[in-house]
Design a binder for this molecule. Sequence first.
Ligand SMILES: NC(=O)c1ccc[n+]([C@@H]2O[C@H](COP(=O)([O-])OP(=O)(O)OC[C@H]3O[C@@H](n4cnc5c(N)ncnc54)[C@H](O)[C@@H]3O)[C@@H](O)[C@H]2O)c1
Length: 298
Amino acid sequence: MEIKNVTIAGAGVLGSQIAWQTAYHGFNVMVYDAFEEGIKKSKEFHANFAQLFMASRGASQAKIDETLKRLTYTTNLAEAVKDADLVSESVPERMDIKESFYLELAKYAPEKTIFTSNSSTMLPSTFAHFTGRPEKFLALHFANPVWDANVGEVMKHSGTDPKYFDIVIDFARNIGLVPIPIHKEQAGYVLNSLLVPLLSIAQSLYFGGVSDYESIDKTWMISTGAKIGPFGIIDMVGMQTVYNIALMNGTKTNNQDMINRAKKIKEEYIDKGKLGRSTGEGFYKYPDPKFIEPDFLK
Ligand SMILES: NC(=O)c1ccc[n+]([C@@H]2O[C@H](COP(=O)([O-])OP(=O)(O)OC[C@H]3O[C@@H](n4cnc5c(N)ncnc54)[C@H](O)[C@@H]3O)[C@@H](O)[C@H]2O)c1
């Protein structure tokens, strides 16, 4: 089966990036959002990505024009999926929204359409039965920003037909990702299974007074050869997400230390507008954080 027509459902932060990346790699893309406001924002994102790709990624005006021509926008789901080979879903991370979205999608999508979810925290098996086609349903998880952090984690649930798993792996490769096959369900996929514990321990070392954040980053960078340490990564991910995860995991496991850490992140960083790289300051100051200085590791 050849994938030509792709529908991106949910045109927010990630959906807009996925739509752009997919159109840029030559696929016809329908951008669907339930709200006009979502479509408006997505068009703004795409205008910005066009500038970004020309300014810093060597894209020609002709390539940008072709990319924009391949993007169509709609708030009508039936219209959005009428000829879709593959749907990539990025609606908000809420069970009730995902459930009603898949129930609706199942009504309109033709038989051939493969459904993929970009959910970061929900396993495909939790909503496979709403799709009406569990064998053609799996996760294709993107990282942010899609073009720089270009891994595509492809994860099946026990009812996914291996044929569609392989098709989605090929699709991921064809839109410029390095596909990571995940053969059984794993909360957090590979990336977050590694990253969330690392960032959590780093916070515990720092907020627990064991060491300072620069020394913790230096230790990690010197010892592993990494270009960035845990606190540099936290700035990249953004304090709001780090706070949400610490609060959620702390509450779930009744871990008071973790909850206190979340509070400190909120008081000392979020409330002061230091959200990380996106606002120019988190643990480090941007665009030239200390950890990229040649002397940092000395
Ligand atoms: N933000 C990230 O860095 C990131 C990274 C990887 C995966 N994800 C996943 O992507 C998904 C979306 O996250 P996001 O950060 O892009 O969210 P977002 O809030 O930026 O975007 C969600 C979009 O969905 C639209 N929407 C709301 N209800 C809808 C519905 N019923 N049908 C269609 N569209 C609807 C909203 O208008 C909005 O445009 C989540 O599952 C999240 O776990 C996010």
